[in-house]
Write a protein that binds this ligand. Structure first.
Ligand code: FEO
Length: 388
């Protein structure tokens, strides 16, 4: 894709990665992007950089619009490598450019890329940078999702560049959110994986955006919102405060199908109550998609076979992710097969209790495969879970 304008003074100059599928754990079935923006007044500023393998694309795009040597500023909203990897190459091509960022971001960039201190201009909340006919204003917004992050606002165009915040991992042409069907689906999983752990900071970020009331929201991943971004702002508010819908997620590990049969019975019962049900075998599904659904679920049922006297590793490895999205208060059920030892489902119950779920006391455990009476009991528990 070539460059394109996003507002009067700003153009997209980033990189699309159509083949991206795994973004440090986030499943990206529709690819992804590393967005960077060139803002031109009488001086030129680049907002954010791209992941290292895409430095060539960024430089090629810049050259369509400006001689890189004429870039005066490189604004770094965030230090993470996907937005700073190309910085060393940029600083060579834009040999006179100053890196504009928060003090924390400067320290991180120096540690990541050995950028000399003399090349930085540190800014604080509310500072401005005059490009001559285009003014950038900076807002410190820590923990969306790293502590050094800031938003950059292009005052004359009412265009906001919030880096990761309000983004999604999607590659698309055209690249405006109103032209990308289903973008909120990908934005939800992205939010869940990157932002949900800091939901309070996310709400502060949304409040800051609402104060600014931008016309254009141009994040560093995924499509650009050119209609004020009400859809994504409202979604962030819901996902951060009260994400629960009438949805039940049943997720499980299974060795030979016994726990899977139990999971299906629970799912069937939940479905009979009228709830939407999602059923996942954890070893077969991207963890970020399961988490995104759990974020919106009012109830979660997890099942495990007893594995070496305990919980199957697919479940054990899932807990850190589950903890990350703060599932406290959701209704929960655990179940599983005993094999010759038993106890896995009860250990699972204790783990989930530690995460603050509101669990049913009943912990059904079938020896190998649930019989008819056990299956009916599991269906009943599924109904109970969904009705609560
Ligand atoms: Fe897109 Fe936190 O980096």
């Amino acid at each position: 894709m070539s460059t394109f304008p996003v507002s009067e003074h700003a153009s997209w100059v980033g990189a699309l990665d159509w083949n991206l599928r795994d973004f440090h754990g986030l499943y990206c079935p529709r690819g992804g992007s590393y967005n960077a923006y060139l803002v031109r007044g009488t001086k030129a500023a680049l907002i954010d950089s791209v992941y290292t393998p895409f430095a060539g694309q960024l430089l090629q795009h810049l050259k369509e619009l400006v001689d890189p040597a004429e870039i005066s500023y490189i604004v770094a909203n965030h230090a993470e490598i996907d937005h700073s990897g190309a910085l060393p190459q940029l600083l060579t091509a834009a040999s006179e450019a100053t890196v504009v960022c928060t003090a924390r971001c400067r320290d991180m960039l120096m540690a990541c890329h050995q950028v000399p201190a003399a090349r930085f201009q540190v800014v604080k909340d509310g500072d401005t940078l005059d490009l001559g006919g285009a003014t950038l204003r900076f807002y410190e917004v820590p923990l969306v999702h790293w502590p050094e992050t800031m938003f950059t606002y292009l005052v004359e165009d009412q265009a906001l560049f919030p880096c990761d915040f309000l983004g999604a991992q999607v590659a698309a042409l055209p690249f405006f959110a109103d032209q990308v069907p289903g973008v909120l689906n990908e934005a939800r999983d992205y939010y869940t994986f990157l932002m949900r752990a800091y939901a309070k900071a996310a709400l502060t970020g949304v409040a800051r955006v609402r104060e600014l009331a931008p016309r254009v929201i141009a994040p560093s991943h995924g499509p650009i919102w050119r209609d004020g971004g009400e859809d994504i702002l409202a979604a962030y508010e819901r996902w951060s405060a009260s994400p629960e819908q009438n949805l039940v997620v049943v997720a499980y590990a299974s060795l030979w199908g016994g726990t899977e049969a139990m999971a299906r019975a629970v799912a069937d019962g939940a479905g009979e109550s009228g709830a939407t049900v999602k059923l996942y075998r954890l070893s077969a599904c991207p963890v970020s998609r399961v988490l995104g659904d759990i974020l919106e679920a009012k109830a979660v049922a997890l099942g495990t076979p007893t594995f070496v006297g305990g919980i199957h590793p697919a479940l054990a490895g899932f807990f850190p992710f589950l903890s990350m999205i703060r599932p406290q208060g959701k209704r929960g059920l655990t179940f599983g097969t005993a094999g010759w030892a038993g106890g896995g489902a009860r250990k699972l119950w204790k783990e989930l209790q530690g995460l603050g779920l509101n669990l049913l006391e009943d912990v059904p455990e079938s020896r190998f495969v649930p019989g008819p009476a056990e299956t009916e009991r599991l269906r009943e528990l599924g109904r109970k879970l969904a009705q609560g």
